[in-house]
Design a protein around this ligand. Structure first.
Ligand code: UDP
Length: 320
């Protein structure tokens, strides 16, 4: 039986990964400092092959048993979270990645880095392919996340080249689904929360900026395939169906079946104007492409939010 360590395993993506890997027959060690992840996300994973360690990954990591894979997913990932915790974000991307790589080297494990489409910044090339170097403002508010992840990629490649570590880099584009925090500030939970509370949906700027949203189950499938390749260069993982934020707002209003309005708020600084992954590398190397349509994924996400016990009472009162 192989063992996988997932840093950030109590977070949105990390917890889905832990669940999937357990079901596939791995032993899973989930490490998280619970700064943005929650025990709620992993509470159902009570299993003799599952272990939770509450630890900040920027501190020295000691694991007694053999580890076959280190999947490094620890980091705040929502703009409001990384702006609220700028130093921690920089530390986990730099010092945390260094520690996780050190552990992988010690254990002779495969190391997989959760990188991000933010390495492309506010891109001048559209769609974004892996050979684009990006357009990042290092001193802007997003710089703390973008530059930390760019450093993380650089040190991962250095361990690969210098120590011959088996490394993988996933550049993850906007992902959504059950277990996102309603208050995490990202656009889909924000809009769903607002719609169910009868509040106007807050579109930043004029809503013409675009994103491409990947459902969580598709992303997890891509990550697991990447674990099993021997490909060290970065691979984009995301859905290439692109839409504007105003289109997304209207879609969510329609799917929630609620009448509400849209209000326009100031566009945050350095908010990327367009984003769509070029996924031919993932198709070729991993034989992977996303399967869940936006409509289907949004329905599942909305249902999950609707069923969340803390909110179900207020939804019932509103007749949702
Ligand atoms: N956004 C918005 N209203 C919100 C939250 C976000 O219009 O209530 C916009 C945001 O400005 C960005 C897009 O939606 O253009 C996606 O934002 P998110 O925070 O989900 O992630 P990003 O892709 O910017 O990292």
């Amino acid at each position: 039986m192989e063992t996988v360590l997932v840093t950030g395993g109590a977070g949105f993506i990390g917890s889905h990964l832990c669940e999937h890997l357990l079901a596939e027959g791995y032993r899973v060690i989930c490490m998280d400092n619970l700064s943005t992840g929650t025990i709620d996300n992993i509470d159902h994973l009570r299993d003799e092959n599952f272990r939770f360690i509450k630890q900040d990954v920027t501190e020295y990591l000691y694991i007694k048993e053999p580890v076959d894979y280190v999947l490094h997913f620890a980091s705040p990932a929502s703009p409001i979270d990384y702006m609220r915790m700028p130093i921690q974000t920089l530390k986990v991307g730099s010092l945390g990645t260094h520690k996780a790589l050190g552990l992988a080297k010690e254990k002779n494990a495969v190391f997989l880095l959760a990188s991000t489409s933010e390495v492309y910044g506010d891109p001048h090339i559209h769609p974004q392919s892996e050979d684009y170097w990006g357009n990042v403002n290092p001193i802007g508010p997003r710089g703390v996340y973008d530059e930390a992840k760019r450093f993380a990629e650089a040190i991962t490649m250095a361990y690969h080249r210098y120590h011959k570590l088996r490394t993988r880099i996933a550049r993850i584009f906007n992902t959504y689904g059950p277990r996102m925090r309603l208050n995490d500030g990202r656009v889909i939970p924000n809009f769903v929360h607002q719609a169910f509370n009868g509040e106007p949906l807050t579109v930043y700027g004029d809503g013409s900026q675009t994103r491409s949203f990947c459902f969580i189950s598709d992303l997890v499938e891509g990550i697991v395939r990447l674990m099993h390749t021997d490909y060290a260069e970065p691979i984009n993982l995301g859905n290439d169906h692109e839409l504007s934020i105003i289109e997304l707002a209207n879609k969510i209003i329609e799917l929630c079946g609620i009448r509400t309005e849209i209000v326009f708020k100031e566009l945050p600084q350095d908010d990327p104007k367009t984003r769509r992954p070029e996924i031919s590398r993932a198709k070729k190397i991993l034989g992977w492409s996303p399967k869940v349509s936006l409509e289907e994924g949004l329905r599942r996400t909305i249902d999950w939010f609707k069923n969340k016990s803390s909110l179900s009472t207020s939804y019932r009162e509103k007749g949702v």
